[in-house]
Design a protein around this ligand. Sequence first.
Ligand code: ADP
Length: 542
Amino acid sequence: MVKFSNLSHSLAGKLIIAIGSLMVLGSLAFGTLFIHFEQRQLVENLVNYASSLADLVNRSIQYGMLSGRRDLMRQDLQMISEGKRVRFIRIYGPDGKLRFSSEAPGVAKAPGASKTQGAPYEPPAIRVKDINALATTHSIVGAGAQKTLLYITPIKNGPRCHAAACHFHGKGNNVLGVLEEGFYTKDVDRVVSDNKIGTALIGGLFILVISASLFIILYRLVSKPVALLEDGMKRVADCELDEPIDINTRDEMGLLARTFNSMMQDLKLYRESRDHWAHNLEEEIKRKTGEMMRTQESLINTEKLASLGRMSAGIAHELNSPLTGIITFAHLLRNRVPDSDAEAREDLQVVIDQAERCAKIIKGLLGFSRGAGFEMTQIGLNTLLESTISMISHQSRFYNIKFDLRLSPGLPPVFADPNQIQQVFLNMLMNASDAMDQKGFITITTRLLPAEDGRRMIETEFTDTGPGIAEADLLKIFEPFFTTKPVGQGTGLGLSVSYGIIKKYGGDILAKSVPGQGAIFLIRLPAREKGDEDADEKHSGD
Ligand code: ADP
């Protein structure tokens, strides 16, 4: 919005002042010329009137002279001089001396003199060098109320006069005398003064109306759009790019606003793309950092598992034979104890159970090292899953569990030891059964993942309807000996052994869970591609 205090500095204000000044000057010039010409016209009218009156006076003189009725002539002249605008009528003889004056003798005043000014005045004799050469003249004398138009004209000798019987004026006398008429000019002055006031008022009003209209027009066409543009520029400076400038005219201001708006739009797009790019970069950095951390964790785990594998191979080798001996002899001993000694039989059963538990742990530990039956071959994961399900479905712990197999057809094979992969699958199924208290649903899905870095992976997903895994536990479940199962039931080796097996084949194993909504395990194994045979040979020889 334009502040009025700043109007004189604004474009509209400057234009109004410039145009207003020009209009004042123009009006003054026009008014002066108008008044001047009007005054001239009015004076001319008065002169015409004087001329007509002179004509009338001439005729009256001629009539009076020719008829010899000088008294009548005087009466006529006196009557004519009583006209509203006539101040006096004087007649001079050819010698320039006053012969007649409409004023009472002794009351005549000098033309233009006020009534109170000076003593009564006798009009002077007109000094004329050559009366025959006298021309009609008029002039304005005096000021204010005494301002008078003097009209002086010769009284010509006409044929009627020099041919008259009196022969008073011969044919050689061209001019018989001089007629002097005085007229009040106050009517002319009043009209001129009225017109001056009228012209000034109309001029002033005209200037006022034009200035006000100019102000409104300039405000709408210049000041308002300029203020809107200024606002828009301030918004851009403050990085507010959502509100375009609202000028929809077709003139230069509209064009400027449209150009400015499109610049604003470009700026907005540029800023959005920059923000998007920065956000993406941030996301990408987060993703890569996550990947790096997972890789690092996985390396640490692999390292742990490798050392555990080496250690467990030695322990397993050393403990396996004595444990088998303990279990065998404990069985023999128990068989030898009579049924009446129930206490001894129970104690021996405890020995057998604990020894068998130890054997189970040893078996688990053996999973970390390559067993004797390690054999690499092409495996169809769908077939392996189906045979695993049919194998376990006869066990009592799976009686109340429903399997939903969603196997993707036409999957490429994987290259691995089928026993080890089956061990991993069994582990998943046993854990799910344990988590669901042996009743619920297990969904198994296989799918081929899109190639990443030129490598395709086959994903096997195990989903159960158990309680799921607590968020804190998700980070630990692949660690060896981590278990949430009661003592005697869990060894905490199933998932860490599975992890080691899958990693060994270049795959990945992940767990996801929303506590209370079951657990999901994803096992990814590299698909065996055509031309992989050489690599597989090499792998199997490791
Ligand atoms: P164990 O089964 O002997 O406890 P694992 O390594 O196989 O050892 O499992 C480790 C832990 O992972 C389990 O004790 C259990 O807490 C958790 N777990 C594994 N599978 C599931 C599952 N499907 N649902 C809930 N928890 C699971």
